[in-house]
Design a protein around this ligand. Structure first.
Ligand SMILES: [Zn+2]
Length: 772
């Protein structure tokens, strides 16, 4: 007997297409190889294909308007006519070219900023506030709804970034005006919803992930006011407010919003959401969208466990009021695991990308609506599959696990740190007595020319032998060593020419990772990444970076810095197994890197950089979870590095990091030298350093590597002088902001020359004034 129909939904679906045809179309259009009409036709084809797919899978609430030509936040900005002055917009419809201009910049106008969408690797275009009232240039959700209906007969569910979250993202709203701005947006959202209601749209989803971030009583009051207005604007429309990526901050307030469906994440932040749900209940008649399938990760769900859990909340919300769905938009996972034939069967069988997750959602709801022998068997098979995966012997490396446990125990007993910094500094000074004050260096990668990329590809495809490839790499290393010496840099690098990507490179050389063929995920605009998959225990196989680094060192008397990617960064830029705690994986990675550091030391490499650019982005969304994360992130870094001798100089590097909230964590990482990106926030950094004395070695990025512009000697000099007002010269290093792989050779050489010239000038000025 049916206990009530359980509905299914999807919050969003990847837009890039099975062969990344979305990316290809965009890039061809930008290159002038596709007309506007051709682009439009291709985009529509891709959009309809995904809708048809969701329909075929039997999803009840099919998202429309989540599809975008670039970024869904930018779509909202365009819809509101929020075009910054510098783009010369004069009102009216916003063309696709103008939209692309905001995202990519033009000769006359710099692009809008881009930033990470919560703690994902998706980046959105940041809206800017210049005081102009938002308007409705075009009801885009309505247009998407009509397209789906006319072309496929689908009654789609328009998805929009909700007003509260959208306004929270706008940068430049003056203090104290946020409420008023929110009001203006509430009016425009009201019009959109009103028009959707008039079209007889049955249901609209407003995404409010900002509700999982800290929310004060005032914040909730503001949110309540907006939703009251939306309710008035469209009294008969089913309003669905969707949260994800963590638990809602303020469950009671959330449930007071005058909407019909409350969407909650029951994967990330599950314990808190569940406890609140059990405690508070759900107002009678309201429906609840239950995100029980992990939308962020790539593993299959134990559907039997999910069904059992759902049944446990039946006393709180009747089954007929459930909507089952993935925990968030599927934008963050690849499209299908079906084509990954090169992976071992036991891994492929454990994977669920977007399409598999959609199928899981449907399967779960079918069983819950009307259990049959067949549906029950499918659920049982799913549970058996997950169990087998958990027990799969090929994932287990007991020796590594044991060694890691031992290491942690030792670290805990000994405090985890190396010899005291002063002692290390002395040992390092003795090792490199010739190192001048304000040593100059780079962050690791040097320009990756088309020729280098071609060579790597040829080698990968088997067109080049290992010898031919190695000869090529050696030539390139040698050529760049000479260039660096000639520029006059003090600490040299080999250049990372052998690496396509700083995480992939290590993943390929460690046990415990696999790589997909088609597992692309959108990172920003047309750019897609293919994250490695950490599927089992990680273990060191053999030296990963010694050959190139030692070769570089053999060519010069100056120190060559070895380059490793840190444990937390490898973790945060991969899809990670979810059957053991994340920190466990971080420690295993750390142990493998620790062995690599040993190998480097034995090969005579004395300076080793362990890059951790992604520490900040793994930070939990809730402040109350941050301390634990910092704790294990620091421990992972220490486990990787604290085996190094006192006269080995450990460097680390972070870009994308707000030094002021990271300084304590950075200090505890105890690296001898950290290099930070500063050029774009130079002033702030200096301010922070004034307040927060930093005792260990620190390199400040003295120029922005994201732009082709070559900085002048004078401006670098000025920057160094300013920094010297807050940093002791003895601990200050000079470097660019980040790696140079995206820059070309002439601009790199010119910029580095200026950097060295500026440093020399500062050194001379100091010794002159010291003599006086
Ligand atoms: Zn960097």
């Amino acid at each position: 007997m049916a206990k009530g129909q359980v509905m299914t939904s999807v919050s969003g679906y990847p837009r890039i297409g099975y062969d990344r045809e979305w990316k290809k179309a965009l890039e061809q259009y930008w290159a002038g190889k596709l007309t506007r009409a051709e682009l439009e036709a291709e985009m529509e084809r891709i959009e309809l294909l995904r809708l048809a797919k969701l329909k075929e899978e039997g999803i009840d609430y099919i998202p429309v308007n989540d599809f975008s030509w670039y970024d869904h936040v930018l779509d909202m900005t365009v819809m509101f006519g929020l075009i910054p002055e510098r783009f010369g917009y004069e009102g009216g419809p916003v063309t696709a070219d103008l939209m692309f201009a905001l995202a990519r910049g033009t000769e006359k106008a710099v692009a809008c900023e881009m930033t990470k969408w919560f703690n994902t690797n998706y980046h959105y275009i940041v809206p800017e506030w210049e005081g102009k009232r938002p308007v409705l240039t075009e009801n885009r959700p309505l247009a998407s709804y009509r397209r789906a209906k006319e072309k496929l007969g689908i009654e789609g569910k328009p998805v929009l970034v909700g007003p509260y979250t959208y306004v929270r993202f706008i940068k430049g709203i003056p203090q104290g005006e946020r409420r008023q701005v929110l009001d203006q947006f509430a009016e425009v959202y009201g019009r959109i919803l009103h028009e959707l209601e008039a079209e007889a749209v049955s249901c609209v989803q407003l995404d409010e992930p900002a509700f999982v971030k800290p929310m004060t009583a005032d914040d909730w009051q503001a949110a309540q006011a907006v939703y009251d207005r939306l309710r008035q604007a469209a009294p008969g429309l089913t309003l669905w407010v969707q949260t994800y990526f963590d638990s809602v901050s303020g469950f009671d307030s959330f449930l007071q919003l005058p909407v019909d469906v409350y969407g909650l994440d029951f994967v990330h932040g599950k314990e808190r959401n569940e406890a609140a749900l059990r405690q508070t209940g759900v107002p009678a008649g309201k429906r609840i969208a239950l995100g029980v399938i992990d939308g962020r990760n790539i593993w299959r769900t134990d559907l039997l466990a999910a069904a059992t859990w759902l049944e446990s909340i039946e006393p709180i919300v009747p089954r007929s009021h459930w909507i089952v769905q993935p925990s968030c938009s599927l934008l963050h996972v690849p499209l299908t695991a079906e084509r990954e034939h090169d992976l071992p069967g036991y891994i492929r069988g454990a994977l669920a990308f977007a399409d598999e997750k959609v199928a899981e959602t449907a399967r779960l709801a079918t069983h819950l609506s009307q259990p049959t022998a067949e549906s029950a068997a499918l659920l049982a098979a799913s549970a058996a599959n997950v169990l087998a995966w958990r027990e799969e012997p090929a994932r287990k490396r007991p020796h590594a696990v044991e060694a890691v446990e031992r290491l942690i125990r030792e670290a805990e007993a000994a405090g985890g740190r190396r010899a005291p910094y002063e002692q290390r500094r002395e040992a390092q000074r003795r090792r490199w007595p010739e190192l001048p004050l304000l040593p100059t260096t780079t962050i690791g990668s040097l320009p990756q020319t088309a020729e280098i990329r071609k060579a790597r590809l040829r080698f990968r495809k088997g067109e080049w032998s290992a010898e031919a490839y190695e000869t090529f790499l050696r030539q390139e290393i040698e050529r760049w060593l000479r260039i660096q010496e000639e520029i006059g840099l003090d600490v040299l690098v080999h250049g990372e020419f052998e690496r396509t990507d700083m995480v992939e490179y290590f993943g390929e050389k460690l046990d415990g990772f696999v790589f997909t063929k088609f597992g692309w995920v959108q990172s920003y605009g047309s750019r897609c990444v293919k994250p490695p998959i950490l599927y089992g225990d990680v273990a060191f196989r053999e030296a990963m970076t010694v050959a190139e680094t030692a070769y570089a060192q053999s060519l010069t008397k100056r120190p060559v810095k070895g380059m490793l990617t840190g444990p937390v960064t490898i973790l945060n830029w991969s899809f990670v197994r979810d059957d053991v705690p994340r920190e466990q994986c971080a420690y295993q990675l750390a142990y493998a890197l620790r062995q690599e550091i040993r190998e480097l030391e034995q090969a005579g490499i004395g300076m080793i950089q362990v890059d951790e650019p992604a520490v900040k982005e793994g930070m939990p969304l809730k402040p109350e979870d941050a301390a634990r994360y910092r704790e294990w992130a620091v421990l992972a870094f220490l486990l990787a590095t604290n085996g190094a001798g006192p006269d080995t100089q450990i460097h680390t590097h972070m870009c994308y990091c707000d030094f002021s909230d990271m300084v304590e964590t950075i200090r505890r990482m105890d690296a001898d030298v950290i290099s930070l990106e500063t050029a774009r926030s130079g002033g702030d950094m200096v301010d922070t350093l004034r307040k927060e004395r930093y005792e260990l070695g620190i390199g400040l990025g003295v120029y922005d590597i994201h732009s082709p512009r070559v900085p002048s000697v004078e401006e670098i000099e000025r920057f160094i002088e300013t920094a010297l007002t807050v940093l002791p010269a003895e601990s200050f290093w000079i470097n660019p902001d980040c790696g140079l792989k995206t820059r070309n050779e002439p601009e790199t050489v010119a910029a580095l020359k200026h950097m060295v010239e500026a440093t020399v000038a500062v050194r001379q000025a100091r010794s002159a004034s010291a003599k006086r």
